[in-house]
Design a protein around this ligand. Structure first.
Ligand SMILES: [Zn+2]
Length: 194
């Protein structure tokens, strides 16, 4: 249907049209790359955690965001320690690198509430008191990862929570000090991925 105007151009000046077509591919490719069919999973480095359990049949419908309150290395160490009994699916480092520690299909132990863990994906953002907020690379990776999760599991935007909405904690206050900061970020950065 879009081609109708171009069909008439074809009649008038077929040669010119050929030149136009030669210029088109970059734009066409960009359009395909931003296609809304399926958001690709960003590259991750797998470092498995022993701290996980079955989802017991629960469907994923929730995304919970955290801050590590320490370095990537300290978060990995903690999530690899079986006695700590904590984990998250993903950790997004300040250089933009993404570490995956629990498979999406399993329950990670990040929210402090079993039912919420069973239905959620947990993502940790590396930030602490002297490394506040996100770097540009980190934010880009987090957005890609969140969009992948929202798209893959049909998670609604109003099912993206800061940890402190699930249980009393300041997490993820080093990245989003207030709930309005959090909502502004999810709406602004993830809102077009429905
Ligand atoms: Zn948390």
């Amino acid at each position: 249907m879009r081609n109708k105007t171009r069909v008439s151009q074809h009649r008038v000046a077929p040669r010119k049209r050929r030149t136009e077509r030669a210029l088109k591919p970059p734009a066409a490719l960009m359009h395909v790359g931003a296609g809304s069919d399926h958001t690709p999973k960003p590259a991750v480095t797998w470092i498995p955690s022993p701290n996980f359990a079955s989802r017991n049949g629960s469907a994923i419908d929730t995304l919970i965001l955290h801050n590590t309150d320490g370095t990537l290395a300290s978060a990995i160490q903690r999530f690899q320690n079986p006695t700590a009994q904590v984990s998250a699916h993903y950790i997004v480092d300040r250089n933009g690198g993404i570490t995956q520690m629990v498979s999406d299909s399993e329950t990670a132990w990040h929210s402090g509430k079993k039912d919420m863990n069973q239905r959620s994906i947990g993502i940790e953002v590396v930030a602490w008191v002297s490394a506040l907020g996100m770097t540009n690379e980190q934010e880009a990776s987090l957005i890609a990862l969140c969009k992948y999760a929202l798209d893959s599991y049909s998670i609604a935007l109003d099912r993206v929570f800061p940890h402190r909405d699930i249980k009393p904690t300041k997490c993820p206050g080093w990245v989003w000090p207030t709930d309005s900061d959090f909502t502004a970020w999810t709406t602004g950065k993830l809102g077009n991925s429905a």
